[in-house]
Design a protein around this ligand. Sequence first.
Ligand SMILES: [Zn+2]
Length: 292
Amino acid sequence: MVCNGEKTEAYLQCMDFLVTGEPFQLVKCCTCGFVFLNPRPEASDLTRYYLSEDYHSHTSAGFSPIQLIYRLVRKMNIRHKFKIVNRAVWGNTILDIGCGTGDLLAHFKRHRWKTFGVEPNEKARNHANEKNRVEVKYTLDDWNFQPDTLDVITLWHVLEHIPDARALMIRLSHLLHDDGKLFIALPNIASEDARIYKKHWAAYDLPRHLHHFSPSTFRLFVENAGWKISGIIPMKFDAYYISLLSEKHQSGKSDFLRAIKNGLHSNRRGRRNDQNYSSLIYMLQKKTSPKG
Ligand SMILES: [Zn+2]
């Protein structure tokens, strides 16, 4: 998907810790180093792996320590994301793909942005439409956008779930203004916490995460799809959250102290080099952008 290389080698054998416990294989492209799930479940079979009550993106209730931390981090993340976008873009229309329960869009709406959402999960979508009062549709097609109409498009930990990510990137380039910005948040396979936890690293999240980018393979991927990276911003809370989940995968319990220690370690390495942060927000612009 990233280059045209055909040869791959085995990278890591992991399992689905959240829903099925089934084993999965990650492979690495011998040409560009891109890591991906192979083989992957049939598209028709993928929904089966999203049935967990534990799938945090869509749960807003629950009082386990992980759920409480998740909600706290999400709240801080919303403000952080708003600030990043609002500072970088002159405009007021935003499309959030995979918007979940629409909390971020609701925050933008309160700041007078015109918001559009896409979310395949019905429960989350209903929550967004009814409780958060932001308009969210099932698919991108349901919106019927005109070309070059949006100022901002965001995918927060979403692209790694999308089977044909390249086709989506090309499609998005037609929807965005020439001087608009696309924000994509992704786990970072080159991060220090990925190195520490190996097959227990929670951000592998197989088989829901199909693509596993590092900053260098992501750069190659977007450049081949008509985009260029204009900024990279770390998501520092993710180091702690991912470490906590990974601890649970590794030992069966949520060891807070070890998670905090490893999260700190990951962020310290990140300060030396962006390549080491647990998750990164990439700010992209079209290659054809007049400001490019
Ligand atoms: Zn490749």
